[in-house]
Design a protein around this ligand. Structure first.
Ligand SMILES: Cc1cc2nc3c(=O)[nH]c(=O)nc-3n(C[C@H](O)[C@H](O)[C@H](O)COP(=O)(O)OP(=O)(O)OC[C@H]3O[C@@H](n4cnc5c(N)ncnc54)[C@H](O)[C@@H]3O)c2cc1C
Length: 452
């Protein structure tokens, strides 16, 4: 086994070099933020160069990109390029078991939309923009196998040659996702809090191809949901006329993935529960049998840094379940906030990372909780009359009262920090409950007076 050491230029305390572990979404964006500020950046990614277009089957993942993500992209001048690859979704299209559909707009403002974009397309834009910067060097097929925290040194093994590469950047950024190797090393330090919890549900991707004329088989500007209480399917549109469908089901049990084995099992189950989708899914059985079941994990940890030398961003710091569509929006917001703090306090990176970790951690926790709550809402309640009435009431209050903004709107269509949005929503709910109580009281008094 050969060992290659990348020898950095002499450390300059005023302008440290950054090694980013993980060239996914958060890592790709942060490389651009750093490069724009003139820092030298090395980015190490386990997977092949996205320019090769090799995406593992069944792991395409569409993301709903909303205000926070777009704001962060806009700061590095990449929002317009990304949005060229996206389809706006202006509301939920709920599919009942009998095949009836109801459209629920996301906002009172018809311009408000979340944007369906494939992870691969988004990643390509970020990596190509980083590649074009003279102060960024990219390394693909390099898996981080170890981080020496004391020496601020990450060690990588090349996926194909087995060659070891060692980096000695002055600062290491862990952007290596939910199962972060950088965080793994930090977990062995004292004091570092860490917890992870899995849902009993996993996810599997299926495809709905375009019609023969290339058009979408269902309304393209909507996020389609088939809520079935303990399980559900969703579908997000792609620019090529297809939809990526994702089943969120329990691993086991009567509605679990493990129950469907044969072609007859799969066809029978989909005909019974997702009948209106089946005619548009000609490769249903092959997709179901070929594509893996992914797990859904929530990771919480603190602090998100060690001194002024190592820090975590994106899922490495706060993996959340995907049901609020905020995972990468939160990760991109990390980059934007960290970038802003750096501009204020660099080169005092201890202060930079402390401020970043303290500021972002409560918001990471808040969106993690909201994402789990929204899973129950999408799965159990989205199809019910009560849920529809609640959304209608929210839209009415939103239209009538300038001070009222629904929680979903604050999370999705503003940059109000997550925990602040939750606190404001709780205050609004209390005020609405008090007003409703007062109105009821007045009505009772009026009725009592009339009855005298
Ligand atoms: C089914 C599903 C649907 C989702 N839907 C949405 C949505 O609608 N909206 C939204 O905002 N979010 C969504 N998310 C979440 C979103 O995908 C993540 O939050 C986002 O990808 C996190 O970005 P990241 O860069 O932090 O991590 P990742 O995207 O996981 O990137 C980490 C990168 O690090 C690399 N890596 C990992 N380990 C190593 C190592 N040891 N060495 C080197 N490189 C390494 C990986 O190959 C990867 O490229 C969804 C997630 C899932 C699973």
């Amino acid at each position: 086994m050969r060992l290659r050491v990348i020898i950095p230029a002499m450390p300059d305390p005023n302008h440290p070099r950054f090694s980013i572990v993980g060239g996914g979404l958060a890592g790709g964006l942060f490389a651009n933020c750093l490069a724009r500020e003139g820092y030298e950046v090395e980015l190490f990614e386990r997977r092949p160069d996205p320019a090769t277009g090799r995406v593992p089957a069944g792991r395409s993942i569409n993301l709903a990109l909303s205000m926070r993500g777009i704001t962060a992209l806009r700061e590095v001048g990449l929002a317009d390029e990304v949005l060229k690859h996206a389809i706006p979704m202006r509301g939920r299209m709920i599919h009942s078991p009998t095949g009836q559909t109801v459209f629920q707009p996301y906002s009172k403002n018809p311009e408000d939309a979340i944007n369906s974009v494939s992870r691969a397309a988004l990643n390509r834009v970020l990596i190509e923009a980083a590649r074009a910067r003279p102060n960024v060097s990219l390394h693909f097929d390099t898996r981080c196998v170890d981080v020496d925290l004391a020496e601020t040194k990450a060690r990588f093994a090349h996926e194909e040659t087995g060659e070891y590469i060692s980096s000695t950047g002055d600062i290491v950024i862990g952007a290596d996702g939910a199962f972060s190797a950088v965080r793994g090393a930090m977990q062995r330090t004292d004091p570092f809090d860490y917890s992870q919890s899995y849902l009993a549900h996993g996810y599997k991707e299926l495809t709905m191809p375009p019609r023969a004329d290339g058009s979408h088989a269902m309304e393209p500007e909507a996020l389609h949901i088939w809520p079935r209480r303990s399980y559900m399917m969703i579908a997000l549109p792609n620019p090529d006329g297809s939809f990526t469908c994702t089943c969120f089901w329990p691993f086991d049990g009567p509605h679990g993935f493990s129950r469907l084995k044969t072609e007859a099992d799969i066809r029978g189950y989909f005909d019974q529960h997702f009948a209106d989708a089946v005619p548009h899914m000609p490769t249903l059985v092959e997709d179901y049998q070929r594509n893996p079941v992914g797990s859904l994990v929530t990771v919480r940890c603190a602090p998100w840094h060690i001194d002024g030398r190592i820090a975590l961003i994106g899922d490495a710091a706060h993996a959340i379940v995907p049901f609020y569509g905020q995972g990468i929006n939160a990760g991109f917001e990390d980059c934007r906030v960290l970038d802003g703090i750096m501009r204020e306090h660099a080169p005092d990176f201890r202060r930079v990372f402390e401020a970043y970790s303290q500021e972002r951690k409560p918001h990471g926790d808040a969106i993690a909780d909201l994402a789990i709550a929204n899973f129950l809402e999408m799965r159990d309640k989205a199809g019910t009359m009560r849920f529809r009435n609640k959304k209608r009431l929210e839209r009415t209050l939103d239209a009538l009262l300038p001070q009222y903004t629904p929680l979903y709107t604050m999370v999705t269509f503003t940059n109000i920090p997550y925990a602040d949005a939750v606190a404001r929503s709780e205050r609004q709910d209390r005020a609405v409950a008090i007003c409703a109580g007062l109105v009821l009281l007045v009505l009772l008094v009026v009725v009592a007076l009339l009855a005298r």
